[in-house]
Design a protein around this ligand. Structure first.
Ligand code: NAD
Ligand code: DAU
Length: 336
């Protein structure tokens, strides 16, 4: 099977490509990525000379290059996106172009090329915010609250329309918050690890009691692999590992793992429209496709902290230039 992976130079996409090529020795992967600030070929350096792997630089919103790269592929997994909520609050335009228009361009080309499977990697954020109890199921109505989640919900609707109108072989996955190796240090866990290691303040939004449901990236990749293999076209599969934690709890665990003082925690202005709580019910994928997460939050966090300790040069190189300008805009101070 030859799979087109879009956004494969980012966090989850690069973990997925590594997993997929190992798990399927007869498979080939084409990684199509625009290499935005979040794309980094260093994430897949060890595959540079792998004959079953090819990298093509390009934009999923560009019809011509998408039609070209879609030649001879059996399946598509679409990870490519603008993915950071805070950046979408500053300026939603790139989110609409990539996440909405880009998804439609891919869907159209996949239909023209008669691709036999299309997995759209969506997010639990399309469901909006939960009260103190309950969890999102695949039937929960969509209620996105940020420009990022609204753009992902719009993409989900286009995928739905492709199934209903053209019977396209499309499937949507909606996963909760990922963490693990190669996550860009603008997201909560890698940001807190990097700041703690440099003795910088750890900026916690609001009261720190917003709840996220954490999953190790490798478990998410295995879920996508199962969906690609055995998911039913037209269906949605929620993916999560039932690890709900308030942000403050996660930040404290990181500090304790690194033996750094809690005095580094700094409460900052809340994110506008900040969703209070996410929790995913993943019964459907567990029952139908036999997937289940393998990493406990304790083990996954420990491994992740160790990875950022071992790969200091990776994140130090990122925390320069554009990153510092973004950091200043978002937090009002320099990261370094
Ligand atoms: P990321 O920001 O780390 O990576 C995104 C990648 O997409 C980058 O390599 C970037 O260069 C590429 N890209 C951006 N615009 C592009 C374009 N126009 N054309 C081609 N490539 C482009 O994101 P991530 O955290 O790895 O998320 C991947 C996908 O998973 C996204 O669709 C996101 O919505 C979804 N998701 C993420 C999480 C999470 O916790 N990170 C959870 C659920 C779902
Ligand atoms: O739920 C899935 C989503 O998870 C994905 O669709 C998104 O692509 C991904 O970015 C993530 O979104 P969040 O907004 O939940 O992740 P983030 O790491 O930005 O924030 C996690 C929580 O931590 C959230 O409640 C906001 C808070 N936070 C975040 C940052 C960056 C802070 O308190 N301080 C910070 O500096």
């Amino acid at each position: 099977m030859r799979v087109l992976v879009t956004g494969g130079a980012g966090f989850i996409g690069s973990n997925f490509i590594r997993h997929f090529l190992t798990a399927h020795p007869d498979s080939e992967v084409v990684n199509f990525d625009l290499l935005t600030y979040a794309g980094n070929l260093e994430n897949l350096r060890e595959l540079e000379h792998e004959p079953r792997y090819e990298f093509v630089k390009g934009d999923i919103a560009d019809d011509k290059s998408v039609t070209n790269v879609m030649r001879d592929v059996d399946a598509v997994v679409n990870f490519a996106a603008e993915s950071h909520v805070d950046r979408s609050i500053h300026d939603p335009r790139a989110f609409i172009r990539t996440n909405v228009l880009g998804t439609q361009v891919l869907l159209t080309a996949a239909r023209e090329r008669d691709v036999s499977r299309f997995v759209q990697v969506s997010t639990d954020e399309v469901y909006g915010s939960l009260g103190p109890t309950g969890a999102f199921t695949e039937e929960t109505p969509l209620a996105p609250n940020s420009p990022y989640s609204a753009s992902k919900a719009a993409a989900d609707m286009l995928v739905r329309a492709a199934f209903h109108t053209y019977r396209a072989p499309v499937i949507v996955t909606r996963c909760s918050n990922n963490y693990g190796p190669f996550q860009f240090p603008e997201k909560l866990i890698p940001l807190m690890i990097a700041n703690a290691l440099e003795g910088k303040p750890l900026p916690v939004y609001g009261d720190g009691m917003n709840v996220r449901d954490w999953i190790y990236v490798g478990d998410h990749c295995e879920a996508i692999d199962r969906v690609l293999e055995a998911g039913r076209p037209g269906e949605i599969y929620n993916v999560g590992a039932s690890n709900e934690r308030p942000n403050l709890d996660i930040v404290r665990r990181i500090l304790s793992e690194l033996k750094k003082p809690e005095s580094l925690i700094t409460y900052v202005k809340d994110r506008p429209g900040h969703d209070r709580r996410y929790a995913i019910d993943s019964t459907k994928i567990q029952r139908e496709l036999g997937w289940k997460p393998k990493h406990s939050l304790d083990d996954g966090l420990r491994e992740t902290v160790q990875w950022y300790l071992d790969r200091r040069a990776w994140w130090e190189r990122i925390r320069t230039g554009e990153y510092l300008a973004y950091y200043k805009k978002q937090y009002g101070s320099d990261a370094t």
